[in-house]
Ligand binder design. Structure first.
Ligand code: ATP
Ligand code: MG
Length: 348
């Protein structure tokens, strides 16, 4: 539904003469129809630039953006006819903002009607559509209220209703919940998920909160320095040894008890049992295994368990037991104490 290839954005900064900031550095993104796709990354990673390039609010420096089979980059800056087509294509992309961007002098209903006014729809049609959408987001009784009379969560619901006026197939959301408290965040995420299911809406959302990805995303990508460094469905990520996103989505604590120890993260899906395998390992190789931490959680609608265990001796001394665990079909990540990141070559 959304595909970018080699998407690059270089901002030229006037102040530091000749200065350039590469915000996007060749991003290949692929969002499937009907999925909720989360992009996560630290501040400055390029997340907002990505979303603004996807709807051409920002002109990419190079690369292509295709939304619903239309190459938007090819339409940009190609004369009036292409311009009209671009505007039409963009009206089918809804956008939700962190700070709601509502007009304070207009009522809730008039805020939702605004994009329809710009499209030249009649008053009757506008008000029918606005009331229908306000009902959909649970705000039918607030149509005549002003933004100042609403809570943050209600304002964001208005923002979402307004984003839906063009019957979009795609909804883009840049940190839609980061100005909200946890409870309100949950209700807004629930609404987005609900709209995704009921309207078949494809949602691309930007966030820096792992909990957001965990509760509603089907797929996710991790951005660093303008690049996507990891991506996939949540299930694929969890099954990828050494995936940073997976360990951030599903952290388990527990420190090694001393030097000369091997710490392993054992991941299991569904109801496969780890406990018998661990005791079998202990018996077969006659080693003491300590459990440092364990957790079971639902990630992307899937039940996942993770256990952090400790074996005596260095990794080199434990190659055979680690091999044994992998042969039992368990996913094993070796945790390196010196570097908090996972030891990737050991995790193959
Ligand atoms: N209009 C602009 N002009 C110049 N540089 C910009 C502009 N917009 C963004 N940048 C720079 O591009 C880089 C990526 O910014 P971007 O806003 O995409 O990051 P982000 O991942 O959304 O961060 P945050 O989590 O803080 O919102 C940053 O170094 C930023 O300073
Ligand atoms: Mg941003």
């Amino acid at each position: 539904m959304i595909t970018t290839t080699g998407l690059t954005k270089v901002y030229r900064t006037h102040r530091s003469r000749g200065g350039e900031v590469t915000a996007l550095d060749g991003v290949d993104l692929h969002v499937r129809e009907g999925e909720v796709y989360g992009v996560i990354g630290q501040s400055g990673a390029g997340k907002s630039s990505l979303i603004r390039c996807v709807n051409l609010l920002e002109r990419p420096t190079s690369g292509t953006v295709t939304v619903d089979g239309r190459d938007l980059t090819a339409l940009a800056g190609r004369g009036p006819r292409a311009g009209r087509e671009l505007r039409q294509a963009r009206s089918r992309i809804g956008m939700v903002f962190q700070h709601f961007n509502l007009l304070s002098s207009r009522t809730v209903q008039d805020n939702v009607e605004l994009p329809l006014e710009i499209l030249g729809k009649s008053g009757k049609e506008r008000s029918r559509k606005a009331l229908e959408l306000l009902d959909l987001v649970g705000l039918a009784d607030k149509a005549k209220a002003y933004p100042a009379q609403l809570s943050g969560g209600q304002k964001q619901r208005v923002g979402i209703a307004r984003a839906l006026t063009g019957d979009p197939k795609v909804l883009l959301s840049d940190e839609a919940t980061s100005a909200l408290d946890p409870e309100t965040t949950r209700s807004i995420l629930h609404l987005l998920r609900d709209l995704n299911r009921r309207l078949g809406l494809t949602v691309l959302l930007i966030t820096h909160e792992m909990d957001v990805v965990k509760s509603i995303c089907d797929s996710a990508a991790l951005m660093e320095n303008g690049r996507i460094v990891e991506s996939g469905t949540v299930t694929e990520l969890l099954a990828t040894p050494g995936s940073e996103l997976a360990s951030a989505l599903f952290p388990v604590g527990g420190e090694a008890s001393g030097d000369d120890r091997t710490v392993l993260d054992v991941t299991f899906h569904g109801d496969s049992a780890t406990q018998p395998v661990i005791s079998q390992l202990s018996r077969t190789y006659n080693i003491d295994i300590s459990i440092l931490g364990a957790a079971i959680d639902t990630v992307g609608g899937l039940q996942v368990g993770r256990m952090r265990i400790e074996l005596p001796g260095r990794y080199e001394d434990n190659v055979v037991p680690v091999g044994f665990l992998r042969e039992q079909g368990l996913q094993i990540d070796v945790v390196d104490r010196e570097q908090p990141a996972l030891v990737k070559e050991g995790a193959k």
